[in-house]
Write a new protein. Structure first.
Length: 335
């Protein structure tokens, strides 16, 4: 964890929500974690990740519940470690995630997740029957943060979310892009997240030794999200994200920049569970979502910016990504 890492106070609210009926105790708990209680009225204020991690552990002890009493049954202390011990025995992320959802279902009553494969897409859907709307909102985000963060950790790399839909409404947060990707919808018909199914073929790379380290540092990683900041895939992603498509190097040129042969470059990316083409596709999708939602650029201009020779090619690609046309997607957010 780096000193500058931080999270939005919104996630602090989720953790201490069940103490709203005891303000003095709530304030004392926050002070023990080194957090000013005033942040409860300012959900966008940043809180140091170290303080957030301390609060996470304190609250588990105070509430005797690793799900912060957002569920009518909850998770007694030790549940998360027990689930993780089972997951590191699985051969790949597909089996691990199915086992993970089953195991969480043994403890939680109000949040039930399912994994569905739709060709090249994987979808984790969540059905909620929480005590009230606030528990539902905080619980849904906590549940899916746990699912995706565990996938990232088990596979040893960041899993890119292509679509995130939440049935609840809330204000936008600066954390949203890191947590849920560029294609986030609030107030949707259902709660689910979608990502490329090829991630599920990744082997589980963690063992008992790395689990012990993870459990000591889990709180901050669950919201800051796993990142192999020294990995080649992360470097490639950042390099492409900061430049126009026309300036993206070929695989051979990128390998040369890294003082690697093209074959070594490919092998290093394969060890991290991806390819150069997959990273390029991820960046293109992210830019497309951002431009359609936040800019007034025409669809033709966006297609050109992303390196599509014809707008029709962009239409076909976008429909493959989302199941709808760029125009329909834009109209949903700019109405």
């Amino acid at each position: 964890m780096r000193e500058k890492d931080s999270v939005a106070a919104y996630f602090v609210q989720a953790m201490v929500y069940k103490m709203d009926n005891d303000p003095s105790r709530q304030r004392a708990i926050l002070e023990r974690a080194g957090i000013n209680a005033d942040v409860l009225d300012q959900p966008t204020v940043r809180v140091p990740a170290s303080a957030f991690a301390a609060l996470w552990l304190i609250q588990i002890r105070e509430l005797n519940d690793e799900f912060f009493r957002l569920d009518s049954h909850g998770m007694p202390p030790g549940s998360f470690a027990l689930i993780c011990r089972a997951l590191i025995q699985e051969p790949d992320l597909h089996r691990a995630m199915r086992q993970c959802l089953v195991n969480f279902g043994l403890f939680l009553r109000d949040f039930q997740g399912t994994l569905t494969l739709r060709g090249k897409r994987a979808v984790i859907s969540l059905k909620t029957s929480a005590q009230n709307d606030v528990c539902a909102r905080f619980g849904e985000e906590t549940f899916l943060i746990l699912m995706i963060s565990l996938l990232c950790w088990l596979g040893g790399r960041r899993i890119v979310i292509d679509r995130a839909d939440f049935s609840h409404e809330r204000l936008s947060l600066s954390d949203d892009r890191l947590l849920w990707g560029a294609n986030l919808t609030l107030g949707a018909e259902r709660t689910e997240i979608e990502f490329a199914s090829h991630y599920l073929r990744l082997p589980v790379v963690q063992d008992l030794a790395s689990l012990k380290v993870f459990l000591r540092t889990a709180p901050q990683w669950l919201v800051i999200r796993f990142r192999n900041q020294y990995g080649l895939a992360s470097h490639v992603h950042q390099r492409l994200r900061k430049s126009h498509y026309s300036q993206w190097p070929t695989l051979q040129a990128f390998a040369l920049e890294q003082h690697l042969s093209p074959s070594t470059f490919r092998r290093k990316l394969e060890r991290e569970g991806c390819s150069y083409q997959e990273i390029k596709d991820e960046v293109r999708r992210g830019v497309a979502f951002e431009q359609l939602r936040m800019s007034n650029a025409s669809i033709g201009e966006i297609a050109e910016q992303l390196g599509f020779m014809e707008p029709s090619a962009f239409h076909r690609a976008f429909k493959k990504w989302t199941g709808e046309s760029p125009g329909k997607y834009r109209s949903r957010f700019q109405r």
